[in-house]
Design a protein around this ligand. Structure first.
Ligand code: MLT
Length: 407
């Protein structure tokens, strides 16, 4: 008899963004004449930078010619891309990362979800609350948690982000083995300083723990004193893996390209206490289960590092940050407390009411989709997340509608 993985039964009914999609679609069906403005899921709306499009076209043409055609590429990415990533994203900022520590992939969501496979089932995991749901759900699927009771899974150490700690969680109150961190944060938009990040790296070193650092939104950092990478912090090479993406940096959500950094100095232990290289384990996993990102996509990603590519990607980020500034201004003027939106595309708003009710109210009254904070965890209750990924005119209109709806 075929049996299911019963850990899936512990999951909440549907993935947050599917539920939002369902509610928005139902509203649209009931009100076909109303035009919905989506400021929910963080999906980009601007076209790819022209430099990427040109590189993409050139690479497609190469695939049409017998002398330049390519079949399978290296599973961990072409050297032309990995070299640029290592140089521009890390070495240029004083972070000691080499090209062979980079694994190019089809998304940071997939990588942050898949990485847990290389760790034991009985480790203690610390996960922020509020949090990007993928970290939690993939550990539930893998059987690292108990049941869901009163808004939380048994067995997880929750790192609470609140107004009081500026949504930067304190170190765990008990010893943990694996820690998920994300900065600039999804969903709160909070950022972490180098010295704050240093305390996490020091904790990991003292406790033989590992940090999974999601920096998918690094391109939004405006304040140059803030770290873009955890490897800008001393000692991180021994205790941290980092996830990056071209999705938000250069509009690749539909094109798919990301990378994970696994330093060769990162080690973890067998149950008998022997040390093993995480690089070797992830390499084994990646080469077994993944056949690489397509050649044209990698050429398009490489173009992000050209002079024109850098300027054009910067313009995209500036465009969304202008939206974010407008959202912050208007929402604050309505009397709501909010954070984020300055080094992040997300604005985290204290709605002072049940967050799904706030979501439904904005949808019904203003035709605007946001993301209810409760979907990111118990500490998200009472908040909503507004995404700056849309056209400026739509954001302006959404703000006008929200003003009217709340008047
Ligand atoms: C989000 O809205 O949180 C993100 O777009 C989700 C993702 O990147 O997978």
């Amino acid at each position: 008899m075929i049996k299911i993985n019963e850990n899936y039964l512990k999951l909440q009914a549907s993935y947050l963004f599917s539920e939002i999609g369902k509610r928005s679609a139902a509203f649209q069906q009931a009100h076909p004449d109303r035009e919905i403005i989506k400021l929910g899921i963080g999906d980009v709306t601007r076209p790819l930078p022209p430099a990427c499009i040109e590189a993409f076209h050139r690479a497609v043409d190469e695939m049409a010619n017998i002398s330049s055609f390519r079949g399978y590429g290296p599973e961990h990415g072409y050297a032309f891309l990995r070299q640029k990533i290592a140089r521009e994203d890390f070495q240029a900022r004083g972070a000691d990362i080499s090209e062979d520590e980079i694994f190019v992939s089809d998304g940071a969501k997939c990588d942050t979800g898949n990485i847990q496979e290389i760790f034991a089932t009985d480790i203690k995991i610390a996960i922020p609350d509020p949090v990007y749901p993928v970290y939690l759900d993939t550990n539930v699927m893998a059987g690292r948690t108990g049941n869901f009771e009163k808004g939380r899974y048994d067995g997880i150490v929750y790192l609470e982000g609140t107004r009081d700690n500026g949504f930067i969680p304190d170190l765990p109150p008990e010893k943990v083995d694996l820690i998920y961190l994300c900065f600039p944060n999804n969903p709160t938009g909070a950022t972490i300083s180098k010295s704050q990040l240093q305390t996490w790296v020091d904790y990991a070193r003292e406790n033989k723990a590992l940090i999974l650092y999601d920096a998918a939104y690094d391109a939004f950092i405006q304040d140059d004193a803030l770290p873009r990478s955890i490897y800008e912090v001393a000692g991180a090479r021994e205790v941290a893996l980092e996830f990056r993406s071209f999705s938000k940096k250069a509009g690749f959500t539909g094109t798919r390209c990301a990378f994970t950094v696994v330093p060769k100095s990162c080690e973890a232990y067998s149950s008998s206490g022997e040390k093993y290289s995480l690089h070797a384990l992830w390499h084994r996993r990646h080469t077994t289960k993944f056949n690489g990102v397509s050649y044209p996509v990698q050429r398009a990603a490489e173009a992000v590092y050209s002079e024109e590519g850098k300027t054009q990607a910067r313009q995209l980020i500036d465009y969304y940050l202008k939206n974010a500034a407008l959202i912050r201004k208007e929402v604050s003027a309505l009397g709501f407390d909010c954070i984020g939106g300055e080094n992040s595309p997300y604005i985290w708003v204290d709605g002072k009411m049940d967050s799904w009710e706030f979501f439904d109210m904005l949808l019904q009254k203003a035709g605007v989709v946001c993301t209810p904070g409760a979907g990111f965890g118990r500490c998200g209750e009472g908040y909503i997340r507004i995404s700056a990924f849309n056209n400026y005119e739509n954001v302006q209109q959404a703000m006008e509608r929200i003003k009217k709806a709340l008047a």
